[in-house]
Every structure is written in C-alpha cells, then in structure tokens.
Write a new protein. Structure first.
Length: 258
C-alpha cells in the first residue's frame, strides 16, 4: 500500500471519527430516526439539561431555551424538536440562537443541534403556534465527550394556557379559586377535582417557567400558600399563573404578587 493510499485512509477514518457531531434527525421524537444525536455507542448517565421550555405556553409567544450540561464532559452534539404530544407533527417554529443551527430532514423538518461540537451551553428559540394544538412535547437526545461518553434523553411536556379568567371553569368538576388575586402576602386557594384524578398544582411565571409546586391535600380542604419558590425564597413581584391539572383537564388562574 503506497503513501497516497495510506493518507487517504487516514483522512477517511478521521472524517468518520468526527462525523457524529453533524448527525441530524435524531431527537428521539416519534417519526425521527431515533436518538443517536451524537453516537449510538455511548453510555447512560448524561447530565444535559433543558432550561426555559415552558410548562404552560401562550399562543404565538416566543421562548428562549437553553441546553446546558451539569457535570462531566462538554456537549459534543444534541438534536431537539417540538412535537404534538399525541403524534409526530412538528409544532411551532424553532430558530437558531447561541451556538446552534437548525436542520431539516425528511423525518424531522424543524430540528436544532449544535453549530459546532464540544460546547458547555447553547440556546435556541421556539415560537409557539398561532392556533391551539393542546399538549406538546420537546424531545432532546444529546451526547457528551467521546463516542464512549454518556448520552441524555429528555422529553418535556407543555400545556396550552387556557381558562385564565377568574370565572372560567372546565368540565368534569374542576374548580380553582384564588383569594386575593393581587397579593402582598399569603394566598388562600380553594379547589375541587373529580375523585381519583390525582391533581397537581403548579405555579409558573409568564415565560412558562415552573417556579413552585403546591401540595394538594387529599381531603380537599383550603390551602394557605405563602408565595415561595422551590428553594423557599419569596417570589419576586410580578404576574404568575397557578395551574391545576387532573383527570386530563386543567384550569389556569392569574396571580399578581406585589
């Protein structure tokens, strides 16, 4: 084998070794090519996280979403897309942010990944659709380090903001009342849900970021809630949404803290 052939083989091997950061169409969403966003040969235990994807989204609202790693090697690549929760259709519009690029493939027409490999963090933008489509999911598959490094798979759910007016009530017996709705101190919360619905009660800011979870007593007695975040600090003044969800339905109430 002559030197030219050896050099060509070395170049080809180097290209193959570095090809996986350019993979696209592998967010792990239904209808995608799978979750090999960087490599199918890595281990579990990745530390990649998504920050800024809303728990409750508003129609036409734009959200800045960050992808970061919380330990270990930098992110070699990731693929992400937003789909309907009940199918494989892409929802809203993803555009580029810091160190990201969008891609279009036959099985993933609006996805996003790193514009260059080995980054500690990056951002992209997602604009919610103009018309309601119900619950949606963000799917992300990412990889850190070399081909033997850890993989991360993430599915985050978001609900359409509905029923913000104080008098609105959804079917199946859901009810949610806040007093006062403009508060400087504690808030009295009254709610009712169908039996066996296992309700959840969350507080999100106007960007859709989850800031607090409120325990729901089984007996349904009123809740006296001090407006604290998940670290026990008082929430900053501003507008928040209190979201009650149970039995496939949800109610949203607006709360202003001063």
């Amino acid at each position: 084998m002559n030197r030219v052939h050896i050099a060509a083989i070395l170049v080809l091997l180097a290209a193959v070794a570095l090809a996986y950061p350019g993979y696209t169409g592998y967010s792990g969403a239904p209808g995608s090519s799978g979750s090999c966003a960087s490599t199918c040969h890595g281990a579990s235990g990745g530390t990649i996280e998504v920050v800024g994807f809303p728990a409750v989204y508003e129609l036409s609202q734009s959200y800045v979403i960050s992808v970061v790693h919380r330990g270990g090697s930098s992110i070699s690549n990731f693929n992400a897309s937003v789909r309907t929760a009940s199918g494989s259709h892409t929802i809203g519009t993803i555009t580029t942010g810091y160190l990201t690029a969008t891609y279009t493939t036959g099985n993933e027409p609006n996805g996003v990944h790193l514009s260059s490999e080995d980054r500690d963090s990056c951002t992209f933008n997602w604009q919610a659709p103009d018309t309601g489509v119900g619950d949606i999911n963000l799917y992300l598959a990412g990889h850190q380090g070399s081909k033997s490094g850890p993989n991360t798979g993430i599915i985050l759910n978001a609900s359409l903001m509905t029923g913000v007016s104080e008098g609105a009530q959804r079917p199946l017996g859901l009810a949610l009342t806040l007093k006062p709705t403009v508060a400087t101190g504690q808030v009295d919360i009254r709610l009712s849900t169908p039996s066996g619905s296992h309700p959840s009660l969350r507080v999100v800011d106007r960007s859709g970021r989850l800031v607090a979870r409120i325990g729901v007593p089984e007996s349904g007695q009123p809740i006296v809630w001090r407006p604290l975040d998940r670290e026990g600090r008082r929430l900053a003044a501003g507008t928040y949404l209190v979201v009650l969800q149970g039995n496939g339905e949800r109610l949203v109430r607006k709360l202003v803290l001063k």
